[in-house]
Design a protein around this ligand. Structure first.
Ligand code: SF4
Ligand code: SF4
Length: 95
């Protein structure tokens, strides 16, 4: 389930709004998208896949897990982990 949008990373491109098949987000021009219908999220991860700057976190669980803050999620490497682990993100090349 969609957990959060990281305000300091989001570039307000609305790609997540357009990618979400369940219209979970509301767009506010020039502002952070709003997670307006969290209960409609079916954990498809498309918003994470389309976000160009890893500013979203979708938990693999079907219920909200408010226990972890954005700082804790980032520290544990969870932000962008679906995209990274599923091969959607470029793999860093060895020098
Ligand atoms: S995980 Fe899928 S359904 Fe949930 S907010 Fe993202 S795009 Fe929408
Ligand atoms: S796709 Fe990412 S950067 Fe663009 S509005 Fe959504 S959260 Fe922000």
């Amino acid at each position: 389930m969609i957990e959060l949008i990281l305000e300091d990373r989001c570039i307000r491109c609305d790609k997540c709004v357009k990618a979400c098949p369940n219209e979970v987000f509301d767009s506010l021009p020039g502002e952070l998208p709003v997670i307006a219908r969290r209960d409609e999220c079916h954990t498809c991860f498309l918003c994470e896949v389309y976000c160009p700057v890893n500013a979203l976190y979708v938990s693999p669980y079907s219920v909200p897990d408010p226990a972890l803050s954005a700082t804790e999620l980032a520290a544990r490497g969870f932000i962008g982990s679906y995209v990274r682990n599923s091969g959607w993100a470029p793999v860093p090349q060895r020098p």
